[in-house]
Design a protein around this ligand. Structure first.
Ligand SMILES: Cc1cc2nc3c(=O)[nH]c(=O)nc-3n(C[C@H](O)[C@H](O)[C@H](O)COP(=O)(O)O)c2cc1C
Length: 379
């Protein structure tokens, strides 16, 4: 059984993850994992924090001589910014004056601030936002790097791109290989002309003190049929992917295959008819289901889309209440991203890798990678 636990505050000492259930003898390429972390910090429209942090994951346990041991793996990313926050983020006694100065009481709409303060009986939203922050996704990307390498040993690959930035849409159809070769580093988009318009849009929003959301698409190829199960609701692969993706900060919708498009057309334009020939076995000529039927992978490419809401910290300020005084106020706006779609694409890949790795491990088990690979081949 695989299990992932993450911990860490945004301006605390470090982010950590413990991964249980990774079999022995998985060769780890740490540079691939570091590259994913760098990608998470990139993209047009990112805020000042990314200039401070240069994330590198360290392995503390579970790996020897570049190979997993089968024991729990501990990953750690130290927060460079902790040096600037130690006096008010230390686990020991903090400096009261600095704590007061860094306290956040003008709760930000679209964040966990207000509800979190009420739920956990806090007078300073910092005790909420430090954990609610999307900084947590850095360690999920690092863990995802390991799950990706586990899946890659079976020939399962994951990629994705940005489909829309705040109304600027790319309606193109792309193959898996095109996504791999065409992705623009600044916007994560594939069509160069659309990408330029998206950059202009982000610049205009930034000038206006406003922010952007959008949509990313994730694809998985090489996953054989039968992962996930219709036997129990909690085992359904589409349900598990949706849960994982919805757990990413600011994700407000997830689609599988045609997704919400199924609502407005009739059955003949939705379902993928099934064919058979001796060479190919069973196959479909369309993939509107996005590779999942009955809660199980059906062997086709998995196609997922997720919608990200616009970043909720607006430099122009949103109306709120100062919880310290009860007076009307303008929401606090610490340095902030205007657009984080390149990041959310990388995060979504990591989360999809995690969900699929768990489903593979549940079905195939295995103490060693040789066992997992052998069992996958035999399916
Ligand atoms: C990669 C990434 C970067 C983000 N950057 C910011 C940011 O700079 N400022 C901000 O206010 N929200 C940012 N967010 C969004 C908030 O983390 C998120 O909206 C908030 O935690 C509330 O969660 P919810 O939107 O899921 O309800 C970011 C989200 C992601 C995934």
């Amino acid at each position: 059984m695989m299990k992932l636990t993450t911990a860490g505050e945004s301006h605390g000492k470090a982010l950590v993850a413990i991964l249980e259930g990774i079999p022995a003898h998985l060769q780890l390429d740490m540079e691939k994992l570091q590259a994913e972390l760098a990608l998470r910090q990139s993209g047009f429209g990112r805020g000042g924090r990314q200039k401070i942090e240069k994330d590198r994951a360290e392995i503390l346990t579970g790996v020897r001589n570049g190979e997993t041991l089968g024991s729990p793996i501990t990953l750690c990313i130290y927060n460079r910014d902790f040096a600037n926050w130690e006096s008010c983020m230390s686990d020991g006694a903090c400096d009261e004056a600095v704590m007061t100065q860094k306290a956040l009481t003008k709760v930000r709409p679209g964040h966990a601030d207000l509800t979190g303060m009420q739920k956990f009986a806090q007078e300073d939203a910092r005790n909420i936002l430090e954990r609610a922050s999307a900084r947590e996704t850095a360690i999920r990307v690092a863990a995802g790097g390991i799950y990706k390498q586990y899946l890659s040993a079976l020939g399962v690959e994951i990629t994705g791109f940005v489909r829309e930035v705040c109304g600027v849409k790319d309606e193109g159809e792309y193959t898996f290989d095109e996504i791999l070769s065409k992705r623009n580093a600044e916007t994560g988009m594939l069509n160069p002309a659309v990408s330029e318009v998206a950059k202009e849009k982000i610049s205009v929003l930034k000038k206006a003190g406003d922010t952007a959301g959008g949509m990313v698409e994730i694809r998985v190829r090489g996953l054989k049929s039968g992962f996930g199960s219709m036997m129990t609701y909690g085992e359904k692969l589409d349900g598990r992917l949706a849960q994982g993706l919805m757990s990413i900060q600011a994700v407000k919708g997830v689609e599988v295959g045609m997704g919400f498009g199924v609502a407005s057309v009739s059955g003949k334009d939705v379902h993928d008819e099934i064919f058979y020939d001796m060479e190919r076995g069973y196959y479909r000529e369309t993939n509107r289901a996005g590779g999942i039927e009955g809660g199980m992978s059906n062997g086709e490419e998995i196609v997922l889309r997720l919608a990200m809401k616009p970043i909720p910290t607006l430099m122009r300020g949103l109306r709120t209440v100062d919880m310290a005084t009860g007076e009307a106020a303008t929401a606090a706006s610490e340095r902030s991203d205007v657009c984080a779609l390149v990041a959310i694409e990388v995060i979504a890949e990591a989360v999809v890798a995690q969900v699929l790795a768990f489903a593979v491990a549940e079905r195939l088990g295995g103490d060693t990678m040789a066992q997992v690979v052998g069992r996958y081949k035999d399916l």
